[in-house]
Design a protein around this ligand. Structure first.
Ligand code: ADP
Ligand code: MG
Length: 591
């Protein structure tokens, strides 16, 4: 192909802009100034130089009057913005960004580029689309086509390349400052937007702000200094809040570290070193995430559809890497959303696909290596009724995650004085651990409790490489002591028949030794001091080992046994007696 025919794909985002092209038939990101994402900020330096991307982002913190961000929100509004004392149209500001992208493309490809496909939100009006085309022209780019961001995401996933496809998709796009829901229908090569909803002022920036405010509040409490009044301190707080947030997408804890953030009255330097848990962060932003679910309801309502009418759910935008987003969306839409294609690159990759189609290039689907199974561990949990649920499968790396991948999650021992835990690693999709494939097991021993209630927190980290080698590591919170094991995950997807066979096989084994399997953890889990109680528990354990025991009864007995352990841990003699009486009644019923 004549290189002058090359068309580039551009995601001109509110927060970040991304560039992609078809290379050897494959949609590929091209770095701009060495970075995957170009922050969508423009500024003028004190020396009068134009700054685009990261330098502008850095300057915004200290010189907001010389810097412009989020210009996309103003596109097509006929409103001017001021930068370093001069006024510009939104098209002009966007053109600075597009020019940087054009130059980046030329640097990467080694030849001039003139043509582009640019994406816009599905709800953009004709005026806003026209403004985007003008921005391209100002930057020296012929805009071959404007396409909708959700359509681009679908194209990145390869949907719509086949003209005999009929699919309804919901695209959930949570970026830095905006949230868009689009329901689109691919109908034999034609894309129709059925509904759009969202919030133009909701995204990752708000999450950063919530976290930064929490840190500032705590600092205020401790030192009576409001960091929000200090421009630079606040900017640093926001930056660190974002880093911490991003870390929390992969780990259950992250530390916000801000040394020399202020000085006290004696001029002594003050620092913030604050560990934040994922749980805490999710609680901080819970209401914002709930709002996104309300938008889903609204879009479904507008399209007169229900969750069951949606064939695919795609998650795009950097903020969809927050695990709680996946969880909320999968519950609301009753299916597993897709997140295999880099969520902050999907739109640009789709723009490149469209560009390639226009230029007449052969296009192969984007190849992503994914894990075909979820990987996780067995755990037990006290349910709302206070009864113990055992043999639960807790996924740590979910199916369809791109590899390599690393994820970790927090677990807590069941009882005070428990000084070891057995980690059983499973692969599969059943919520019942023993119905999945056991990859291996190992013990973490000599644990030291770190919580006031005597329980021990551990982080379980899974690292899966492209060859399916899984490194599982348990890290004790108190001492940081690590116990690891290397396991081999099966990368082959079993046929439905094979799965059914394996399940039947497991059912047999499960039926044979259910009591024992369910109860083996108890052996290492508790110490009961009262000999009378110990004898009773022993009797319960024998009963639970009986293969003919009714499942419901087994659960009930197991629950009371756990209640006894719990009451023992609390030294609550009244409760111990009450539960022992209950246990005796139950045992009499079955013996
Ligand atoms: P936009 O489409 O608005 O230009 P992006 O899709 O690039 O934005 O998303 C940018 C947002 O995604 C930022 O707020 C950034 O902090 C957030 N983000 C990026 N990676 C992660 C991550 N791993 N976890 C949580 N948020 C992330
Ligand atoms: Mg975007």
């Amino acid at each position: 192909m004549n290189t002058s025919e090359k068309i580039i794909g551009i995601d001109l985002g509110t927060t970040n802009s991304v560039l992609a092209v078809i290379q050897n038939g494959v949609p590929t990101l091209l770095p701009i100034n060495g970075q995957r994402l170009l922050p969508s900020l423009v500024g003028i330096s004190p020396a009068g130089e134009v700054l685009v991307g990261t330098p502008a982002r850095n300057q915004w913190v200290v010189a907001p009057d010389r810097t412009v961000r989020s210009i996309k929100r103003k596109m097509g509004r006929g409103e001017l913005v001021t930068m370093a004392g001069k006024s510009y149209t939104p098209q002009e500001i966007s053109a600075f960004i597009l020019r940087e992208i054009k130059q980046g493309a030329e640097a990467a490809l080694g030849y001039p580029v003139r043509r582009a496909v640019i994406t816009v939100p599905a709800y953009f009006t004709e005026v806003q689309r026209q403004a985007t085309i003008e921005a391209g022209e100002i930057a020296g780019l012929a805009v071959e086509r404007i396409i909708n961001e959700p359509t681009a995401s679908a194209l990145a996933y390869g949907y719509g390349l086949d003209t005999d496809q009929h699919l309804r998709m919901l695209v959930y796009d949570l970026g830095g400052g905006t949230f868009d829901i689009s329901i689109i229908e691919l109908n034999y090569g034609v894309v129709e937007v059925l509904a759009t909803a969202g919030d133009n002022f909701l995204g990752g920036d708000d999450f950063d702000e919530r976290l930064a405010n929490m840190l500032a509040d705590e600092f205020m409490e401790a030192h009576d200094i409001d960091l929000r009044q200090d421009h630079q301190a606040w900017a640093r707080l926001l930056r660190v809040a974002e880093e911490t947030k991003i870390e929390l997408s992969a780990a259950p804890f992250a530390t916000a570290n801000l040394e020399f953030i202020a000085r006290d009255l004696q001029h002594k330097p003050l620092h913030i070193i604050r560990e934040v848990s994922r749980y805490e962060f999710e609680a901080l932003i819970g209401d914002l995430l709930d709002r996104t679910i309300t938008c889903i309801d609204q879009a479904l309502g507008d399209a007169k559809l229900t969750a069951a009418d949606i064939d695919r759910v795609l998650l795009v935008g950097g903020s969809t890497r927050i695990p709680a987003v996946w969880d909320l969306v999968s519950v609301r839409l009753e299916r597993e959303p897709h997140l295999e294609i880099d969520p902050d690159a999907a739109v640009a990759l789709g723009a490149a696909v469209q560009a390639g189609i226009i230029a007449g290039e052969d296009i192969n689907a984007i190849l992503v290596d994914v894990t075909p199974f979820s990987l996780g561990i067995e755990a037990a949990e006290f349910g709302i009724t206070g009864h113990l649920q055992i043999d639960m499968f807790i996924p740590i790396i979910r199916r369809n995650n791109t590899v390599p991948v690393q994820k970790s999650q927090l677990f807590v021992t069941m009882f005070p004085s428990q000084d070891k835990i057995q980690i059983k690693v499973y692969q599969g999709e059943s919520p019942i651990a023993s119905q999945n494939v056991l990859l291996g097991e190992f013990m973490a021993e000599e644990l030291q409790p770190n919580r006031p209630d005597g329980l021990t927190e551990v982080t379980v980290n899974f690292q899966l490489d492209i060859n399916g080698i899984l490194d599982a590591t348990v890290t004790e919170r108190k001492t940081g002591k690590k116990t690891s094991a290397q396991l081999k995950a099966s990368r082959q997807r079993l046929s439905l028949e094979e799965i059914a066979q394996s399940q039947a096989k497991l059912d047999v084994v499960y039926g044979d030794s259910r009591g024992e399997m369910e109860f083996s953890p108890l052996d290492d889990m508790v110490q009961i001091v009262d000999p009378g109680v110990a004898v009773l528990l022993d009797r319960a354990q024998k009963t639970l080992a009986r293969p003919d025991l009714d499942g419901e009864m087994a659960a009930e007995i197991a629950g009371v046994v756990m209640d006894i352990h719990r009451a023992t841990a609390d030294s609550n003699n009244e409760k111990i007696e009450e539960y022992c009486d209950r246990l005796i009644d139950l045992l009499l019923e079955v013996e």
